[in-house]
Design a binder for this molecule. Structure first.
Ligand code: NAD
Length: 251
């Protein structure tokens, strides 16, 4: 229960890593505010969080909309009075093809959710954390925020942008009690990864064979690291990328 009595916010929780982390926050003792652009699946996540015994609030919101993000943070504070932890997770990937075939529309959409979304979330989360003099934020980047992969230039650009935002914000607020880190997952068995793998005709087993540990990762393996980075056990860690990738970026 290392987040006992903390208030934690997560974006993009209808499935995958976001849902696993919202549940892990609840199991660690936090009150959980979670959000997604999809409504019905968000309610399903609520049931899973409540099974941990945690209180939770679902707010339907689009991370690329300033009005939605402002309302999300306001509702968290109005309901639970404070905001201690945030996991800015919502993200997408679209077409897998070389840069000259990528559409401008896809580039703008990926940047607006993956990069602008993280910027907007941090902007409003940090405003509240400054009034408290404390807070911990984790942004979901990717191994593609550390190294490139062919065929997904808009995604790789957006995830490098997340690292730039993370590192700069960590320095901006280091003296004000707010720690800001990133997780950099390798291939994780989620809907997003299934869609990307389908496009290039490979399976999760194929992906696993490219990873030193020999298997694809599970969403819960990211969730546990996010809980740690948000907890006081990580009190001297800020501005860091944490690759959770079975050794992929080491090889
Ligand atoms: P996922 O598709 O299961 O989950 C993404 C969630 O984000 C969905 O619930 C979706 O509805 C939500 N979402 C999409 N657009 C949104 C928006 N505009 N506003 C709010 N919510 C929105 O995929 P996932 O793999 O769990 O992805 C979560 C994060 O992890 C993403 O940022 C992704 O880039 C990152 N990531 C995933 C992997 C992987 O292998 N799966 C690896 C590295 C990083």
């Amino acid at each position: 229960m290392i987040l006992q009595d903390k208030v934690a916010l997560v974006t993009g929780d209808s499935s995958g890593i976001g849902r696993a982390t919202a549940i892990a926050f609840g199991a660690a003792g936090a009150k959980v505010v979670f959000s997604d652009i999809r409504g019905v699946e968000g309610e399903e996540t609520a049931d899973l969080i409540r099974e941990t015994g945690a209180e939770c609030l679902f707010v339907k919101s689009d991370v690329s909309s300033e009005a939605d993000v402002r309302e999300l943070v306001q509702k968290a504070i109005a309901t639970y009075g404070r905001l201690d932890c945030a996991f800015n997770n919502a993200g997408i990937n679209l077409a897998v093809k070389p840069l000259h075939e990528q559409s401008i529309e896809d580039f703008d959409k990926i940047m607006s959710i993956n990069a602008r979304g993280v910027f907007l979330c941090m902007k409003y989360e940090i405003q509240q954390m400054l009034t408290q003099g404390a807070g911990a934020i984790v942004n979901n980047s990717s191994t593609n925020g550390l190294v490139a992969l062919p065929g997904i230039s808009p995604y790789v650009a957006s995830k490098h942008a997340v690292m730039g935002l993370t590192r700069t914000a960590a320095l901006d607020y280091a003296k004000q009690g707010i720690r800001i880190n990133a997780v950099n997952p390798g291939p994780i068995a989620t809907d997003l990864m299934a869609r990307s793998a389908d496009q290039i005709g490979i399976t999760f087993d194929d992906l696993g064979s490219m990873v030193p540990i020999g298997r694809i990762g599970q969403a819960t393996e990211i969730a546990q690291a996010v809980v740690f980075l948000c907890s006081d056990a990580a009190s001297y860690i800020t501005g860091q990328p944490l690759a959770i990738d079975g050794g992929y970026t080491t090889s």
